[in-house]
Design a protein around this ligand. Structure first.
Ligand SMILES: Cc1ncc(COP(=O)(O)O)c(C=O)c1O
Length: 399
């Protein structure tokens, strides 16, 4: 038994069985690469599922982690801290939003979004509390977030779900318009659906949704947990579309691997939360937010957004070339460094083969392979990933 197998066996005895894990145990990482317990090297196009925005072992982030942990790790939100305010300023000054609520994960930002939308309806004296979300969406695993998630498989055995949330097909404006009534208080969507299969919203659709929300005073909420924070080549995904939501959810890559969530809103929506309406013990603590300032600084001043745009176009071009070559690729979709290929066969075997060959990839639904590498990925690494994938697709076609 090697070290990886030994650790997997220990883990299976004490870790609750909620993930179907690969029999791999990781030890350390550097840049775009990660090594298992037995020294096998992998090129990582998963990045902790769109989390490790600056790659592994980023020096600036590491230094901040060391410094801030020895300076001030956590105090209650009963007080102010400098890193929390600085990160909130960086987020607000570079977006259409005015206020931030910090928490610790993507699902928690969704909870904040759902709660504030209903509070907004109360504040405005509107009768309804209904929220419309999208089919094939993914918003997380807490009760509100999983109810908003538009995939039945995540609801199995959990009934009764949170009342007042319904789903309509994504990118179908007529369906959305028909679903809206006087009880609708909010519409929630991912500008680029991630887990549901890497499906970008159509630009015209988002513009029409914005106009509908304006007309009916409905809160428009974007879930940018996966597609935000630089991944589209814009700081925030809404900026790639030029359509401003009233509130939006950010998490994953915002602190480069340190748990964080940020729900942001324009003042018109933010004022619906009053003292005592919402809270989080850890949310926005000086440690996590100091790490967030490093990521934001790199995104704004370190040439990362330009890199995402450049490498994103290269990745699209390379995936389109693969589509010409391989009949089992049905579609190539995405923006920047959130891309996917839809296969005519289940994606699982191809992904497993890529992993065997030293390339980490993750699925997005049954038939889609997702590409969400660190935002520092280089041309060389994209070429390396595409070469491995190409070989594995050849093998899959032979079967
Ligand atoms: C779009 C989107 N929203 C919300 C979530 C939930 O985030 P978390 O797992 O941090 O709770 C995810 C996680 O994959 C996501 O992709």
């Amino acid at each position: 038994m090697n070290e990886t197998q030994k650790l997997a066996e220990r883990g299976s005895k004490v870790i609750m069985n909620t993930y179907s894990r690969f029999p791999i145990a990781f030890d350390h990482g550097e840049g775009m690469y990660v090594w298992d317990m037995d020294g096998k090297k992998y090129l990582d196009f998963v990045a902790g599922i769109a989390v490790n925005s600056l790659g592994y072992s980023n020096r600036k982030l590491g230094k901040m982690i060391a410094d801030q942990s020895m300076r001030l790790m956590h105090v209650s939100n009963l007080y102010y801290t400098e890193p929390q305010i600085t990160l909130a300023e960086m987020l607000c000054q570079n977006s259409c939003f005015d206020k931030v609520f910090f928490c610790n994960s993507g699902a928690e930002t969704i909870e904040a979004a759902l709660k504030i939308a209903r509070k907004y309806a109360v504040m405005k004296g509107k009768p309804g509390r209904d929220i419309i979300a999208m089919e094939k969406s993914f918003h997380g695993r807490t009760y509100g977030a999983v109810t908003a998630t538009g995939q039945d498989k995540y609801h199995k055995g959990l009934d009764p779900m949170l009342p007042g949330i319904k789903h309509v097909p994504f990118n179908d404006f007529e369906a959305l318009k028909n679903a809206v009534d006087e009880n609708t208080c909010a519409i929630l969507m991912e500008p680029v659906q991630g887990e549901g299969g890497i499906r970008p919203a159509e630009s015209q659709y988002l513009k029409a949704v914005r106009a509908l929300c304006d007309e009916k005073d409905i809160v428009l909420l974007f879930d940018e947990v996966q597609c935000g924070v630089g991944r589209t080549g814009y700081l925030f995904a809404y900026q790639a579309y030029g359509v401003e939501p009233d509130g939006a959810c950010f998490a994953k890559g915002l602190a480069g691997g340190v748990p964080i969530g940020a729900f942001m809103a324009k003042d018109s929506l933010a004022e619906a939360f009053k003292p005592g309406d919402h809270a989080s013990t850890f949310g926005g603590n000086p440690f996590a937010t100091a790490c967030g300032t490093v990521v934001m600084d790199e995104l704004l001043n370190g040439g990362i957004l330009e890199n995402v745009k450049k490498q994103g176009s290269l990745l699209t071009q390379k995936l389109m070339e693969l589509k010409k070559k391989h009949k089992i690729i049905a579609d190539v979709r995405g923006i920047g460094l959130i891309q996917g290929i839809e296969l005519t066969i289940p994606a699982g075997d191809v992904i497993a083969d890529c992993i065997q060959n030293g390339l980490l990839l993750v699925g997005a639904g049954a038939n889609v392979i997702r590409f969400v590498p660190a935002l520092i990925v280089s041309e060389k690494e994209i070429n390396e990933a595409v070469e491995i994938l190409d070989r594995c697709l050849c093998e899959a076609e032979k079967k």
